[in-house]
Design a binder for this molecule. Structure first.
Ligand SMILES: Cc1cc2nc3c(=O)[nH]c(=O)nc-3n(C[C@H](O)[C@H](O)[C@H](O)COP(=O)(O)OP(=O)(O)OC[C@H]3O[C@@H](n4cnc5c(N)ncnc54)[C@H](O)[C@@H]3O)c2cc1C
Length: 490
C-alpha cells in the first residue's frame, strides 16, 4: 500500500513563441464539461469552433487518471438528475442527451442503491424514489410534514430555472418555513456539498435545482465512469471538425471598445474570433482581460475547496456490510459549510462507495471515497515535506472519522487496512493545479451570471460561474450559452 498523488499535469504549452494568426467564428476556452458541450452544440449547427484547453486531458474538474493500472475519476461521486420513470421526458439529463445527440443508453447508468444524511443521531435515507424520501421525512419529523409539503409547493412555484431568478438565502427561507430546524440543516448538507459557492448558505434557485436533481430525480453513475460522458463528446468534436487543442493555455483576451477581438495563447499565437465563450470562471476570465472589466464590484472569489481520499480495497463494500452509495454526515445539529480555518474540517463530510451503484457485486476490488472541506491557503503554504506529512496524517484521520458513520465501522478498521491496495488523496492544491480555479475552489464565484453575458457584447461565460454546477448543470449551461447567445443570435 502506498500513498500517491495525482499526476502533475503538464500545464506548460509549447514554449516556442509563435507569431501565427488564426481566425475562427467561435473560440471556447476550457475543455471541461461546459466547454465540451458548448463546442459540440455549436459545431452541430455549422459553426467553426476552436476549443482551447490548458491541461493535457479533457474534463476539467471532472476528469480521470490512471494509477498502477487502475482507472480513477477525479470527481464523480454521483451523476445527478437520474431519469427515473416519474421524471418522464422532462428529465434534464434526457434533455441534455437529446441536445448533444448522445443516446442515454450509451451512458449505461447504474442507479444508486440508497443513500443517507446523518446529523448526530438523526438520519434520513433516500433513493431514486422521491416518495420514499417523503416517508423518511414524515417518520423522522412527523410534526414538520405539513410545513415541509408547503415548502415543496413553494419550491415548485419559484422560477428557479429562469436566468433572472432571485438569488435569495436558502437558510432564511428554511428558517421561516416552519420545518424543524434540524430538517432544514439536513437538507442544506447535500445541496451545499453538490453545488454551493456561497459560504454557509446556498442561493435558493440553486438549492431548488439541486434538491430536484438529488432527491426528486436521483443519483446514478455511468458503468464506465466519467469517460462514458467524455468519450462520446470528444468523438463528436472530431466528427464535427472542431479544432480541439490541448496544452493550449490562453494567456489573454484582447478587447477593443465593447468587443473582445482575439485571444492570445501562451505559445504567442493569436486567434481572432467573432465570439468567445470562457468556461474558466468569472475571476479567472477577468484576469485574462486587459483590464478588470467584468462587473468588478460583483465578482468575488470563491473559497470553498475540499480534500478527498480514495481507498482501493480488495472485495466489495457489501463484504463489510456497507450497502449504501453516498453518506452525507455532520457531527452536530448545525451544519457549517465554509472554508475551514485549519487544513481540514472533520465536522462534516461525504462518503461515497461508487461500487454500490447497480446490483452487480462481482468486483474484485472497490473504492471508498471520503471528502471534507479544506483550506487552500493553508495547504499551499506547506513545504513539500510538510505537505506529504499532513496528507498522510489526514488520510488516516479522515478514514477513522468516516468509519464512525459506517455500520460496525471502527471494528472493521483493521480488516479494511489489510485489504487496502492503494490510497490516493487530493487536496485543494491539486484542484488548483488541474483546473486553474483561484483558491482551488470547487464551485467558483459566489456571484453568478446566469445568462452568461459580460460587459463585452461577444464574450460569454459558461459553466460553473453561470450558476449551473455539477456534471449535468455545467453541460446544460454550456448548451444554453451556445443556443441562446450564439445560435439564436445568428
Ligand atoms: C473532486 C470533485 C468531485 C466532484 N464530484 C461531482 C459529482 O459527483 N457530481 C457532479 O455532478 N459534479 C461533481 N463535481 C463538480 C463538477 O465536476 C463541476 O461542477 C463541473 O465539472 C464544472 O465544469 P465546468 O466546465 O464549468 O468547469 P471546469 O471543469 O472547471 O472546466 C474549466 C476548464 O477550463 C480550463 N482552463 C482554465 N483556464 C484556462 C486557460 N487560461 N486556457 C485554457 N483553458 C483553461 C481548465 O483547465 C478546465 O479544463 C465535482 C468536482 C470535483 C472537483
Amino acid at each position: 500500500m502506498g500513498s500517491v498523488s495525482l499526476p502533475h499535469p503538464s500545464l506548460s504549452p509549447v514554449k516556442s513563441i509563435s507569431s501565427q494568426i488564426t481566425s475562427t467564428e467561435v473560440v471556447v476556452i476550457g475543455a471541461g464539461l461546459a466547454g465540451l458541450a458548448a463546442a459540440v452544440r455549436l459545431a452541430m449547427f455549422g459553426k467553426k469552433v476552436i476549443l482551447l484547453e490548458k491541461h493535457y486531458v479533457v474534463g476539467g474538474l471532472n476528469s480521470f487518471y490512471a494509477r498502477k493500472g487502475r482507472k480513477f475519476d477525479v470527481g464523480l461521486h454521483a451523476l445527478t438528475n437520474y431519469p427515473s420513470p416519474s421524471s418522464g421526458k422532462s428529465s434534464p439529463l434526457l434533455k441534455l442527451c437529446r441536445q448533444l445527440r448522445i443516446p442515454i443508453d450509451e451512458l449505461k447508468l447504474l442507479p444508486q442503491s440508497h443513500s443517507r444524511i446523518t446529523f448526530g443521531e438523526q438520519s434520513l435515507r433516500f433513493n431514486n424514489d422521491f416518495q420514499y424520501f417523503l416517508s423518511q421525512v414524515e417518520e423522522a419529523f412527523p410534526s414538520s410534514i405539513d410545513a415541509f409539503l408547503k415548502l415543496l409547493k413553494m419550491m415548485e412555484q419559484f422560477p428557479a430555472y429562469s436566468v433572472d431568478a432571485e438569488e435569495l438565502s436558502t437558510r432564511s427561507i428554511l428558517r421561516d418555513s416552519g420545518i424543524d430546524p434540524l430538517l432544514g440543516e439536513m437538507l442544506l448538507c447535500p445541496t451545499c456539498y453538490y453545488g454551493s459557492a456561497r459560504p454557509d448558505d446556498i442561493d435558493f434557485p440553486t438549492f431548488i435545482m439541486l434538491f430536484d436533481a438529488i432527491f426528486k430525480q436521483g443519483l446514478s453513475r455511468p458503468e464506465d465512469g466519467i469517460r462514458a460522458i467524455l468519450n462520446p463528446l470528444t468523438a463528436k468534436l472530431k466528427e464535427l471538425g472542431v479544432d480541439r487543442r490541448m496544452n493550449s493555455a490562453v494567456r489573454s483576451i484582447q478587447t477593443k471598445g465593447d468587443k473582445a477581438k482575439e485571444v492570445i495563447l501562451e505559445s504567442g499565437e493569436t486567434i481572432k474570433a467573432e465570439k468567445i465563450i470562457s468556461t474558466c470562471g468569472i475571476r479567472e476570465t477577468e484576469s485574462l482581460l486587459q483590464e478588470n472589466c467584468i462587473e468588478p464590484n460583483e465578482a468575488q472569489t470563491g473559497q470553498f475547496s475540499i480534500i478527498e481520499s480514495i481507498r482501493v480495497f480488495k472485495g466489495h463494500p457489501k463484504d463489510l456490510s456497507w450497502d449504501e452509495t453516498v453518506i452525507f454526515f455532520n457531527r452536530s445539529n448545525r451544519f457549517v459549510y465554509d472554508c475551514p480555518k485549519g487544513l481540514v474540517d472533520l465536522e462534516s463530510g461525504v462518503i461515497c462507495m461508487p461500487d454500490n451503484y447497480g446490483t452487480n457485486h462481482q468486483t474484485e476490488e472497490s473504492k471508498l471515497r471520503v471528502t471534507h472541506p479544506a483550506n487552500f491557503h493553508r495547504w499551499s503554504q506547506l513545504s513539500e515535506a510538510q505537505y506529504l506529512k499532513e496528507k498522510n496524517y489526514w488520510e488516516k484521520t479522515m478514514l477513522d472519522n468516516a468509519l464512525s458513520y459506517l455500520p460496525g465501522g471502527l471494528e472493521k478498521r483493521e480488516l479494511l487496512h489489510q485489504r487496502t491496495e492503494l490510497l490516493d488523496t487530493f487536496t485543494p492544491k491539486t484542484i488548483k493545479r488541474f483546473t486553474s480555479h483561484i483558491n482551488g475552489t470547487l464551485y467558483g464565484s459566489p456571484t453568478k451570471k446566469r445568462d452568461g453575458s459580460t460587459k463585452y457584447k461577444n464574450l460569454y461565460l459558461a459553466g460553473t460561474d453561470q450558476g449551473y454546477v455539477g456534471i449535468v448543470g455545467a453541460m446544460l449551461g454550456g448548451i444554453a450559452v451556445a443556443n441562446n447567445q450564439i445560435l439564436r443570435a445568428g
